[in-house]
Design a protein around this ligand. Structure first.
Ligand SMILES: [Zn+2]
Ligand SMILES: [Zn+2]
Length: 254
């Protein structure tokens, strides 16, 4: 189970947290010790204070009981977050084992890291194993949904999917799948999710649409999984059936 700031962040869900202001956002609340305990309600588990519908950052900072240790920010440290560890990555990959249908991915994000790195991650890059790609970006399968534990997003399978084992074999088929129907590994998360944003910064720069840092969760995990080893595949059973599905789709990208 996640501990500390990452666990608290995971308690904020779309249904129970509607705060949309920039300063009262789940990241800052979690750093300052709060969980989202009920609809629009913050709870500090240390001192027990509850704040319903907070309207200012000052209120959140000052509501802790005197002497509560959460009066100080707890910063994100990706090394300590379970979701960015190898074991948890493997667990996410395995959660897709029973799945027959996978979303058609939007490939633009794969241009953001060197092909050399990708080829250490995907066995036959530029062919992409969909379950590994989803797991790298924090998604796992739960019931009929794809979800991220850190930002709480849950998404139903999109209408256009790839059936495992079936080769999608014509560019016309790809063209008929509009960009809006492709599963975007980045945009599927909420804007503040540590998988797609750098929450280790101490300012609010992670809210910028053009963050300066490249220390995103998926990059952190990717470099962890690909350093000092020729190919990550030795820790995972082959997912060759998924490879086929994306083969021809990718051919037109590289
Ligand atoms: Zn407190
Ligand atoms: Zn997320």
């Amino acid at each position: 189970m996640e501990l500390g700031v990452a666990r608290r962040l995971g308690t904020f869900h779309i249904k129970t947290w509607h705060g949309n202001t920039i300063d009262i956002n789940p990241v800052e609340c979690a750093k300052l010790g709060y969980i989202n305990a009920a609809e629009n309600e913050l709870l500090c588990e240390e001192c027990g204070v509850r704040i319903i519908n907070p309207d200012s950052w000052y209120q959140i900072m000052e509501s802790h009981a005197k002497g509560c240790k959460m009066r100080r920010f707890e910063m994100f440290d990706y090394e300590k977050i379970l979701a960015f560890q190898e074991e948890e990555f493997i667990r996410r990959v395995e959660s897709f084992r029973e799945w027959q249908l996978f979303p058609i991915l939007n490939f633009s994000v794969f241009g953001e890291a060197d092909n050399e790195i990708w080829s250490r991650f995907f066995k036959e890059f530029p062919i992409i194993e969909i379950d590994k790609a989803l797991a790298l970006f924090g998604f796992s399968a739960k019931d009929t949904e794809i979800s991220c534990k850190l930002c709480g997003i849950k998404t139903k399978l999109p209408e256009y999917t790839i059936k495992v084992g079936k080769v999608i074999n014509s560019s016309s088929q790809r063209d008929s799948i509009g960009i809006n129907q492709q599963f975007d590994l980045v945009k599927a998360h909420r804007f503040y999710c540590p998988f797609i944003n750098d929450l280790t910064v101490s300012d609010l720069s992670y809210l910028s649409t053009a963050p300066k840092s490249l220390n995103f969760g998926w990059r952190f995990l990717l470099s962890k999984l690909t350093s000092n080893r020729p190919n990550i595949d030795f820790i995972l059973s082959s997912t060759a059936k998924n490879l086929e599905a994306h083969r021809s789709l990718l051919n037109s990208f590289w």
